[in-house]
Design a protein around this ligand. Sequence first.
Ligand code: PEP
Ligand code: MG
Length: 882
Amino acid sequence: TKWVYSFGDGTAEGKADMRNLLGGKGANLAEMANLGLPVPPGFTITTEVCTYYYAHGETYPAELKGEVEIALAKIGALTGKTFGDPGNPLLVSVRSGARASMPGMMDTVLNLGLNDATVEAVAALADRRFAFDSYRRFITMYSGVVLGVDHHHFEELLEGFKLRGGLNLDTDLSADDWAELVVQYKAMVAEKLGKPFPQDPHEQLWGAIGAVFGSWMNQRAITYRRLHTIPESWGTAVNVQSMVFGNMGDTSATGVAFTRNPSTGEHALYGEFLVNAQGEDVVAGIRTPQDLTEAARIAAGSDKPSMERALPEAFKEFERISKVLEDHYRDMQDLEFTVEKGKLWMLQTRSGKRTAKAALRIAVELANEGRITQEEAVVRVDPAALDQLLHPAIDPKAERKVVASGLPASPGAAAGAIVFSADEAEAMKQQGRKVILVRIETSPEDIHGMHAAEGILTSRGGMTSHAAVVARGMGKPCVSGAGSLRIDYAAQTLTVSGVTFQKGDVLTIDGSTGQVLAGEVPMQQPELSGEFATLMGWADKVRRLKIRANAETPLDARMARSFGAEGIGLSRTEHMFFDAGRILAVREMILADDEAGRRAALAKLLPMQRADFVELFEIMKGLPCTIRLLDPPLHEFLPHTDAEMAEVAKSLGVDIERIERRRKDLHEVNPMLGFRGCRIAIAFPEIAEMQARAIFEAAVIAAKSTGEPVVPEVMVPLIATKAEFDIVNAVIQKTAKAVEAETGAKLTFQVGTMIELPRAALRAEEIAETAEFFSFGTNDLTQTCYGVSRDDAGTFLGPYVQKGIIEVDPFVSIDVDGVGELVKIGVERGRKSRPDIKLGICGEHGGDPASVAFCDEIGLDYVSCSPFRVPIARLAAAQAAL
Ligand code: PEP
Ligand code: MG
């Protein structure tokens, strides 16, 4: 086995498609070297070493040491320096690099190879102040990452030193000052560890390599892997690279860039840089970075020179390389670079993270530029991320009381009560409040609070700060770097231009403009045209599955159509019963003592239901509509208060005790498994009859008014046996005949059933003899397959996920192995007796991309989901088909 792969000077032993072995960073460094781009020479220790390390009691393969020595010598040959040489020392960086990027999870050490002897050589060759500044940075980083000495110990020493010397900024410290601090740093480390800071560069190197492998198993990395389902077996690689310095004066710089704007997708180089700065300074958000291009500088109204002006030669070269890389990878790239005394070096390239809006625009434009196909564009956009686009924006007509401005770090608008800690955000969210998390800056420790918040606001940090990157990933609005905010954690206040906001005060942030606004500002739904419509059109060309929506109100139905639904897959008629104008009649129906009483109440409901369906059919203009008969437990409609009881009693002409008694009769211990679904239609066929009549009469009316044939699909809920279906079906068929006779119209319709109980799935063959379609109700099917109450699961499913008993909540993403098996059985057996049976799904899973893929695989005809998820389902269905 080969454990170490070298790169540099226009060649490399690895390449881009060796990501599994070399990690993402290592593979792309090799690829850049192969492309002849300026990459500081280095080598990658493979992920297989990590695997070996953990399989063999944290030891290395025997050959590794030798291979590393050879690779170090190669770097030496290319740079003319020698690792550990007190005359002309090679300094290196050590970085982790897993297959999938794991931001903030692994650690980096820069300037490795510095010790009391080599620092003097660097001082002699370069600059004494630079040498000791680098040495103290190295001691701080190495101690933190490898030796476990926290950086605040170093900061205390530095602050104390500045205070005593009357010094303000780091830049005020002289070479001797840094040299003195290095002495203090080393003494402090020696005291804490009981042994001196390692002086042997080889010991330093192996310490750093061990720390990278060790960090693969740190808690943050483990949590991140769990959240992103990254297997532990993948391991991380280690990248060792010759140092280049962005802090060697005004012709040196370091920066990060995207080849296109990661927020908007605009086709323009986008990024930030800092003159005379090292590595992590840009990301850390301590100094405010400068723009790369003149255009960006002017747009931002900044008076700090752009890179285009400050370092024109290096900028031109960088611009050229960014084009080469985007062409090569055929995707937007996220780049890191350093300029050392005017010479540009590339440190990283990878596919850039982007907002859904940017992902859409970039995918569509790359396809229009002919660099990728339309199918590739469809695959490039994460369906779940489309959610971001469906977020509200601030109503342009609304009055904006701007209290501060920051960077538009993640688009969308959000309003909520301000809180100043992640824990507080979580706690308030649990109380049902909407919150905006306000921090000076965020760190990985704040993730749970960012999750809980509607939006994030920081006073420090750029577009690539932690807050910005994480918020974009989560699809949450974020305004970062609002520098005029004074945030006081102790007092729990935020002050800006003399106005103080307390914890709990409501602010609105606009992550698309960077504005912070007082109070809750009115919002507006996004415009679904442009690239969104284009990509959806491409998706529609390739998908096989039809997409319908679960809708019953005219509002939902219109929304569903505007999102591209091709029909209604589930109309829950009970939702039409709750309206203020009709609940009394519904209660009369339930509480009536006999059929005559029920029929009297149903006669009042009939015209209302009919009007509902007419409107629905008219909105859907000939598209298929599945209407489900009354499903939920009857007691849900019962009167609760004394006033409500009295009202019903009066209307029915009975005394209140009768109502009370009937209410007790209907009480159920376990309503979800009780008197609901088709059981109601079986006990009270007149209810089904009224609903069927309303549907058919509406079909006749709507067919006339729209000029389109209306073909209703009448659906019977929660059956377990064929006999149940047949009894209810007979009522529906008889009603159809009656309506035909009365109206003289010829009805076309189907009667089918939901498959949402395991018994129905198992007996699907005989059920399909009479049922003309199946719609899998995977909400109830999950509940009954698992024996887990869908209403109470929240309290105990969380720990199940944490303990790894289940991977995801089966109510969110279909449990393919169990519930999915039942669906498959239902499909197969149903087709046995009715080969062309229409098959769909209408549980919540219909809008979950993984479940949509499953539905495609088993050959369903359509999925039906809530209107907002229709675009997600369209895209997921297209990806499933490709
Ligand atoms: C289902 O059970 O999956 C379903 C769609 O019906 P409901 O959620 O109304 O029970
Ligand atoms: Mg159900």
